[in-house]
Design a protein around this ligand. Sequence first.
Ligand code: DGJ
Length: 706
Amino acid sequence: MIKKIDDMFFLEGKNFSYVMRVSREGFLLHDYIGEKIAPVPYPEDSRGWWCVQTEDADGVCLDELRQEYPGYGHTDLRRPAVSCGPAGLALKYAGHKITDGKPPLPGLPSALGDGAETLTVTLRDKDAKVRAELNYTVYDSYGVLCRSAVITNEGDGSVTLDRAYSASVELPRLGLSEMHLHGSWGRERHIAENRLVPGVYDISNARGGSGHQINPFVIVKDSLATEDSGFCLGIMPVYSGNHSTEIEVDQRGRTRINSGINPFMFEKTLAPGESFTTPECLLAAADGLGELSRTFHDFIRERICRGKFARAERPILINNWEATYMDFDEEKLLSIASLAKELGIELFVLDDGWFGKRNNDRCSLGDWVVNLEKLPSGIGGLAEKVNSLGLKFGLWFEPEMVSPDSDLYRAHPDWAVSSGIRAPGLARSQLVLDLTRGEVQDYVINAVNSVLDSANIEYVKWDMNRYVTDMPRKGFNHEYTLGYYRIMSAITDAHPNILFEGCSAGGGRFDAGVLCYMPQIWTSDDTDPMERVYIQYGTSLAYPPSTMGSHVTDGPNQYTRRPVSMNTRGDVALSGNFGYELDITKLPESDLRAIKDQTALCRELRTTVEYGDFYRLSDPFKCNVGGWMSVAKDKSKAYVTFTKMLFEPNSANVQIRLKGLDPSAPYTDRLTGRTYMGDMLMNRGISVQFPHGDFATASMWLIRSK
Ligand code: DGJ
């Protein structure tokens, strides 16, 4: 619901209100975001007493006003949402319209618009000759507000934007903290929390993709807010390139948040009449972190992810990477696939090493032609053989890259990204293709499409294993990201029956932009379940389990050398899109029996895990136990997992309260046969019985018995 009453705009989503007003001087001001309030106008009360400030000719000090899309340099000297040089912008209200649905953002991924309503407010700076159209989209059924901006040069000369954030919000509250997801390869999306005091915080990444280091998701919350209550505002740019969420707490304690493209190394010159469209940014306000996450989870599953797999049960897969690396032949792959079928696995994925002469990672990226020495019947023949075993077939690509030792590079050395002043840096012996160029995009689209059209491929893993360095100009990264999006949409639109999974050296590009094309992403190369408890717990702040690839791998783990039981490996992996990545042909009989049980259990519970409501129960960053549960939307089922990191001698059994169940219903735990009442599980809680030893899990598969 969107209403304009007098000088105020009231926007309402499922569980929140967003209020703006046009000030008496004509500026568009932010007034409120939070729990629903009635759309009834109220007087402006946001201005305080101030001195030592600067006023414009009308006596206005913009530094004093909570603007919806602030500029810098005139009478506001805080960090702006938009800027085109030192003279700055001072944008005033010039009109608005309300439309059904949602305008598409050309060349950019954005949320689906069914069931939405959009307010577009036009702002204009008549002196700078710049117009900004701000889009605000709300949905009756979702607690998310989508924002974007279109900036147009209305003058006769060129205008160079040096920042163009998607959204800006100003909170007048004190006592706020910010939370964000940080990490590295193998340690993605750990949670950081900082008290906000006056100063500027830039939660950003400038490594080419959205990055392992800082995820494009930030929460600004009351410092005392918990999982279950307290003001929490989530901010998520729908963007896979260099991003930034900039928070400025000013001299009077007010908090301005700008979010979108990272202005560092960004620039866009607009010719007269030309426009620039920012990526979309999602905002959600909720009571408690748990509700905030569930709000984003529902929205991501239903309005960001799309296509036939967005709401489908995801197949249980086996990937050959950690089983064979690049040392395989058809016989080896088929031996894994045939045993996989017996164990209840549904999809066989052939990872890196199937093309060119790729027997190591120093060559062949770019040459997407099958290696017939390894696979004499080609990809088509292998797919047929895998299919005849009763499994689907999937294939790995890394199409954004080129190896210097490749036919592609020898033919087009200028297609690699280069600053032009020195040889570009190598990572994993590879260079990045310049996706800003149309002919390079076309090459990638044709090369991938021709493999996909040559065989019965039902799944693709789209990898990207290095940062983008040596960028030749400011603004390059945004152009690269637009090139990546053009490629993704051309390939995924042409193949609606293929399930695509994103990957970037594990979870280095895990964001809502990617999820508009690929409904699941490889969460991390680190599959040690103890590490995964942190990674999956942190990832769940923003993203639902249906987006997280989660596999059982070898024990001891190949990266951490930590020996963890098959049971624990299975329990943790079952909380995402389940699969395996190890040489099952070398496992003892007891592990094979465990895998059969795990795949059978996965088939029972995956709809609940992938599409239920997710509740965090115990924070592994704060104590020795990580705990979470997924509850079916109708509360009829729930899968609960607790993981104890290290065994503690002589400790009491922890008693943990479950969430989200039907209080008046009995639930039977299928794994033990025990029955409990929902209200008892949620109020008293249960004493979790862990097996003796380190790295132990305890799970419950609760089925409502009436
Ligand atoms: C990095 C990915 O994260 C791995 O799963 C695997 O696909 C390798 N790349 C292959 O090179």
